[in-house]
Design a protein around this ligand. Structure first.
Ligand SMILES: Nc1nc2c(ncn2[C@@H]2O[C@H](COP(=O)(O)OP(=O)(O)OP(=O)(O)O)[C@@H](O)[C@H]2O)c(=O)[nH]1
Length: 547
């Protein structure tokens, strides 16, 4: 009840991500989806007029939320300027939060928001009349020669949102203002090539699908004739099957679902991937249209664009389904994986990076291991460097690695016991979160976990980031070295060539001198002989001179 009241007040949170190559129409799509010119185009000369849709209110303006690639320094919460976006290397991720009113008091024109309202009330999935929509956009994907960094950046962002929830969940005292920014659905924009999926599309969608639902979208659908579009859609679905891309599928369960849902999902499955046509232009009736010399097309026309259907799917029929799948399936998988691997990871990393970590002020993961087995931190200053004189309550990985090497049976045994303890604690949290008496060891264990897990996750990310930077540095150093070698080789070649040319030149002048001297009846035989001896390679001329 309390949650519902809160939802009612704040609005149901919903997070969408728009991913795709540059120029695939993400900005135009977002503007059409919200029925207002909210996002400026990258190369637009004029900033569009805002606040055209009374149902949409911007709560948080567009901000950069990614760690951009500049030295790994976060540009977190920097204001975003679409006009300067191309100066940033890699990819930029922005987030815009808006409140969409879905109340019945609004005029019931055919719009995304009104259809969403009716669909949601009809499905019983929502009692609120507000949606707090977080629209995440990626900028710059496909602009770099090597896009792997962009993939990492985007999936890193998605993972970070999971980590934040995981950290929050494990706290004893929750933050009442915590905002869940897990992305429920990513719309992946496929450029209208007419040639199926590219390697980049397959890779990006696969990576996204670990953290969110993925819907492939064909952009700029007006590029195709009806037959071409059917063929292109078939090619894409074939590629999705062939490369096992786990996109969201409109599947049915005939035993569970009612007839209406079965029919609806079957129709949507036939339509997939949705092909949209969008525009910034409006006609005199306020409809978004694309006008061409031969006529005008409405972007909501079902004969040429799936935009209207997609809007209904996003905010109506599958709204709750996307949220549930993202939170109850994808996040739960991630959570279980993370919690069960964190202690093992700790042991491995500690033995591998023992020297690097010794001077690190970051929280030590070995704390996590020790608290799982004992329920106590090694030190109350766990986030700082542990004092040298401190005696740990359990043998931590440092001692183990000093004592008997990383592969010792003791280490394995401890790792197993940590795992068991970890699983036990997770089960305790799941089954009886309130069962332990105040001050009991379980409670202190839980408190310690709740304090540690957020730092463990953060620390893990920092180290991964550091490693990535080191890898990049090593790679660029290698490339630089290779270039230097190439340049040196080329310089040596050029020198050699220059010498050869000089000698050739010398030889030819000597040859002409010889012919002159012979024609002047051998007037200067000694000098010419001496000159030619200076040249090492011109053996023929020396021989002829001597002769
Ligand atoms: N023909 C056609 N053009 C479109 C469509 N949607 C958008 N465009 C045009 O495509 C160009 C790029 O559209 P944007 O919406 O800026 O694309 P984007 O993906 O946001 O681009 P970046 O900001 O570079 O990532 C603009 O000139 C749009 O007018 C469409 O459905 N059909």
């Amino acid at each position: 009840m309390y949650r519902r009241k809160k939802d009612h007040k704040r609005g149901i949170s919903y997070s969408l991500m728009l991913v795709g190559d540059v120029g695939t129409g993400k900005t135009t799509f977002a503007n059409n989806l919200l029925e207002m010119a909210i996002f400026p185009h990258k190369y637009a000369m004029e900033v569009p007029e805002l606040a055209e849709n009374p149902r949409v209110k911007v709560i948080k303006p567009t901000m950069v939320v990614s760690y951009n690639s500049k030295n790994g320094i976060p540009s977190h919460m920097a204001q975003f300027d679409a006009g300067r976006e191309h100066f940033e290397p890699g990819v930029t991720i922005t987030s815009t939060t808006m409140e969409i009113s879905t109340g019945q008091e609004q005029p019931s024109s055919r719009s995304s928001v009104s259809s969403e309202s009716s669909a949601m009330t009809h499905n019983g999935s929502m009692n609120s009349d507000k949606i707090s929509l977080n629209l995440v956009k990626t900028h710059g994907l496909g602009e770099n020669l090597d896009n792997s960094m962009c993939f990492d950046e985007i999936t890193g962002y998605l993972e970070q949102q999971f980590d934040q929830v995981l950290g929050e969940e494990t706290r004893i005292k929750r933050n009442p203002r915590f905002e869940d920014t897990r992305v429920h659905l990513a719309l992946y924009f496929i450029p209208p090539t007419g040639h199926g999926l590219r390697e980049m599309d397959v890779e990006m969608m696969k990576r996204l699908s670990r953290f969110t639902n993925v819907l492939p979208i064909i952009s700029r659908a007006d590029s195709f004739t009806r037959e071409e579009l059917i063929k292109f859609k078939r090619q894409i679905m074939d590629d999705i099957e062939r490369f096992n891309v786990p996109v969201y599928k409109f599947e049915v369960d005939p035993e569970e679902d009612d007839l209406e849902t079965v029919e609806e999902n079957q129709a949507l499955a036939m339509l997939q991937p949705f092909a949209v046509m969008c525009s910034d232009e409006r006609n005199e009736n306020g409809h978004f249209v694309r006008s061409y010399p031969w006529g005008e097309i409405k972007v909501d026309d079902d004969n040429v664009s799936d935009l209207r259907i997609l809007k209904n799917v996003l905010f109506g029929s599958h709204f709750q389904e996307f949220k549930d799948t993202a939170q109850n399936f994808l996040y739960e998988n991630y959570r279980a994986e993370k919690l069960s691997s964190v202690s093992e990871w700790d042991m491995d990393k500690n033995s591998e990076h023992i020297d690097n970590k010794r001077n690190s002020a970051a929280p030590s993961l070995s704390n996590f291991a020790s608290l799982i087995t004992t329920g106590q931190f090694k030190s109350s200053n766990s986030l700082a460097m542990p004092p040298q004189s401190e005696t740990p309550t359990t043998p931590d990985s440092r001692e183990i690695s000093h004592g008997s090497g990383p592969e010792s049976p003791a280490l394995r045994q401890i790792s197993q016991s940590i795992r068991r303890g970890n699983e036990e604690i997770i089960n305790n949290i799941k089954n009886s979160p309130r069962s332990s008496a105040p001050g009991s060891p379980d409670k202190s264990k839980l408190r310690n976990i709740s304090e540690t897990v957020p730092y463990v996750l953060k620390h893990e990310r920092i180290i991964a980031r550091q490693q990535k930077l080191e890898e990049l540095e090593a790679q660029s150093a290698k490339e630089l070295q290779k270039r230097i070698q190439d340049l040196e080789k080329r310089a040596a070649d050029l020198k050699l060539r220059e010498r050869l040319l000089r000698q050739q030149h010398l030889n030819s002048s000597n040859a002409s001198l010889t012919s002159k001297s012979s024609s002047t009846q051998h007037v200067l035989p000694v000098q010419s002989k001496l000159k030619k001896e200076e040249s090492v390679t011109d053996l023929a001329s020396i021989v002829s001179g001597r002769a």
